[in-house]
Ligand binder design. Sequence first.
Ligand code: CTP
Length: 417
Amino acid sequence: MENINLADKIEERLPPRALIAISRAQGLLEKRGGKLFLAGGAVRDLLLDKPVWDVDLVLEGDAMSLATDLADGEDVKITLHKPFLTANLRWHDLNLDLTTARREKYARPGALPTVAPGSLEDDLSRRDFSINAMAVSLNGEDNGRLIDHYGGIDDLHSKIVRILHEKSFKDDATRMWRAVRYEQRLDFKLEARTETSLKRDLGMLGTITGERIWYELERVFGEELPEKVLMRAGQLGLLEYLAPGLRADARMEGWFEAARRMSQPGNPGAQLYTALLTFNLDNRAMDNIVQRLKLNRATTQTLHGTQELKSRREALSVEPLKPSSIYRVLDGFSEVAVRANLIAGDSEKTCRNLRLYLDKLRYVKTSLNGDELIAFGVKQGPSIKTVLGLLLDARLDSEVSSREDEIRLLRQISLSS
Ligand code: CTP
């Protein structure tokens, strides 16, 4: 293996706070002993000249106590995951993981591994892909030396995602989602045997808890172009294991692009992307996916809301339709459910009305409030809600446009009741 030294690249490209943390860690280790390495995605991204945001350090030694000492006197949030020998240090501008080099054993496929301290070699050998299984020494004369036991650098050059051993996807089927994510993010290709293993082991996805699959999907939605990952996942058969009948096609691709345009300068977020991905599912398939992924209440409500609104959309395609009628159909649905129906809708009239609601109607408020209605003599109880509703309708339909108008209307209502 050629000798590659990344010391200069590290100095140039790692966030300044990471360089300070590494230098402090090196100082502490001089006294107590232990070898420190940069590992995983940061090494991959340094070699690809991509920005490095998250930094993973591996220590042959006790990471918990080193992390605790590093955090001392710093404005940083430290979290220790003792069973996994991992510490997380979060500054406002840096996320750093410090892990004891470890050996892993999978008690059964899909289970979280049991871990024990080990060497850097052990630690690299338990990783997902060759491009993620490289490290850089941060020790003394060795500082900056690239450690690459699995041909990671060659695979980076050949643009290949390759598992380290035959059983990799069996051990941890979430790696299938990770493989596709890296392949599509980096414009790489799954290595032929890796692809064969993935297809052969698809059934192992059944061994993974819903929470872990959802975590991977959220990471897919965090990608710049999640639709690329989902299309490829569909081609490889991964989507079918998420929910039978789930498809990623050219139409969904267009919806995702539209969602991004609509969300600028932000990101559409996992809920809107999921609502669009599942838009064409029927209720039963939707229930299955909600259960399979153990989705939280907010996401579940949004997905059900999206479906419910889809079934009521017809009501928005008739014309003429008063603004108050549009409001009554849509009031109570989450913004994401309305957006999903706007993006995936095919009737121009319906879309116009959905947009009117999103841009304008949902912000319309009455000037008078419940207390004021009571002061004007409206009886306490349900009539307050009814009268407020009438005032709001009048506002929405531009029949009143000021507080005085509302008071006038209120008098008319009182006289006629
Ligand atoms: N890893 C693994 N198997 C997994 C998850 C993680 O081997 N199922 C290893 C990989 O070496 C990976 C490292 O742990 O590089 C850190 O994991 P993660 O933060 O998920 O990966 P990054 O490569 O940093 O991912 P990203 O660039 O998407 O943030």
